[in-house]
Design a protein around this ligand. Structure first.
Ligand code: DLZ
Length: 163
């Protein structure tokens, strides 16, 4: 999937509580994704940011659900899955993607999807928001989560969602 065409989201998350759930495989890439999310949430004026680490991307949905049920306005899910020689990649990616979608739809709490699913480590580094990376998927996931909170709030009244 190409990163071309991504929207520029300038969001205001003042007063929001956002929980970042983050897997722990592939430390360098995860450090970049986490830093990008934190940066974007600070730029969006989100004062309360909590980070919860889980072992792998397979564990992201259960942590995201707990965060949503505990009162988070939005959840940002971060992980990196790198293809190996077995079908394990497909199962972990499917579990993370389907599980996070289910959490979001079932709870009504937006989940920003910052799980990289890559053929190799270089693809992940290119998207990790590190010096030299072409894209910053941690920041994009955080902005998307806050933007979706605003979009859903606009359904409650006559306000347009603003970003
Ligand atoms: C087992 C596994 C493998 C092979 N690869 C990754 C990966 O690239 N990225 C990731 O986030 N997690 C990986 N895991 C771990 C699973 O997500 C999960 O933590 C374990 O299967 C234990 O439930």
């Amino acid at each position: 999937m190409s990163g071309a065409g991504a929207p520029q989201l300038h969001v205001d998350g003042s007063g929001m509580r956002v929980v970042v759930v983050a897997a722990s495989w592939h430390t360098t890439v995860m450090d970049g994704l986490l830093a990008g999310s934190r940066r974007a949430l600070a730029e969006a004026n989100v004062a309360q940011v909590d980070v919860v680490r889980v072992p792998g991307s397979f564990e992201l949905p259960v942590a995201a659900r707990a965060a949503a049920l505990a009162g988070a306005d939005a959840v940002v899910a971060l992980g990196v899955v790198i293809r190996g020689g077995t079908p394990h990649f497909e199962y972990v990616c499917q579990a993370a993607t389907g599980g996070l979608t289910q959490v979001s739809v079932d709870t009504g709490v937006p989940v920003g999807f910052g799980v990289l699913t890559c053929d190799d480590e270089q693809q992940a580094l290119d998207r990790a928001g590190l010096p030299g990376s072409r894209e910053d998927k941690g920041a994009e996931a955080a902005q998307a989560a806050v933007a979706t909170v605003l979009a859903l709030r606009s359904l409650d009244g006559s306000r347009d969602s603003a970003w």
